[in-house]
Design a protein. Structure first.
Length: 254
């Protein structure tokens, strides 16, 4: 931000018990080739020293803004707080333990401007607990419509960028349900928006031990609930899409 002007892009990071990772994640933002941004760190009732670390980081750079939920309400609530406070034309999400490569913002914005799109996502690489890339890169298609997105949860939260001149903030607010990120992408795409993919690996997805997404039975249950309750699909379409999702989910991890 210069001369009090609004930043070009707002970056929202929800933080819950991420003391061990958050400084490295923030450094990956500060190292971006695009520097016209604001970074909104939203602390969500952490039991570790995350809040103190966030305050320390915010004190070092005027572009970093610190917020807190006080009590833990979940990542969707923290992201929604950040969305409400965002001042930039563009909005990006980054999880507290993931990393961006230096050209992530530059290449994402270039692709959005090239397509005149409202919604962009990129390829990403699975990393180990130290965020060292494993070589397993998830490739993404050039574009994705609602129907194309239903059988494949290929849009990863830390890769997305939105143009807030083309989407209202209300369209991006996340519902308080499991798999709230996927539900949000589908809600946006269902409105007729097309998501544009940038098939360049610009994000490292840290997989630090067992996570919700690593529990296969739980993941199947969550996707089934999304099809039945959020998308209100019948049993047969839900079975069809769940099978397609399962095949693709396994393939991403092989």
């Amino acid at each position: 931000m210069e001369n009090g002007q609004a930043p070009m892009i707002s970056i929202v990071i929800p933080v819950h018990n991420a003391q061990a990772y958050i400084e490295e994640t923030v450094q990956s933002v500060l190292a971006q080739t695009v520097q016209d941004f604001e970074l909104l760190l939203v602390e969500d009732g952490s039991k570790d020293a995350s809040a103190e670390k966030l305050k320390e980081l915010a004190a070092k750079d005027a572009r970093i803004r610190f917020f807190t939920n006080g009590e833990p309400h979940g990542a969707c609530h923290a992201r929604n707080l950040g969305i409400r406070e965002a001042k930039g034309r563009y909005l990006a999400f980054l999880d507290a333990d993931d990393l961006w490569l230096p050209q992530k913002l530059e290449r994402s914005l270039a692709r959005l401007q090239e397509t005149d799109g409202a919604f962009l996502f990129t390829a990403y690489e699975f990393g180990d607990q130290d965020a060292k890339g494993t070589g397993k890169i998830v490739q993404v298609p050039e574009q994705l419509t609602y129907r194309q997105a239903l059988p494949r949860t290929i849009i990863f939260t830390s890769t997305v960028v939105f143009d807030l001149t083309k989407l209202k903030k209300e369209q991006i607010f996340m519902p308080e349900i499991t798999s709230e990120d996927t539900a949000t992408w589908w809600n946006i795409l269902r409105s007729g928006v097309t998501a544009y993919g940038l098939d360049e690996n610009l994000v490292v997805y840290r997989r630090a031990g067992k996570s919700l997404s690593s529990n296969k039975l739980e993941a199947i249950r969550r996707i089934w609930i999304l099809y039945r309750k959020n998308e209100k699909l019948g049993i047969l379409p839900s079975l069809y899409y769940t099978c397609g999702w399962a095949v693709r989910a396994v393939a991403r991890r092989l």
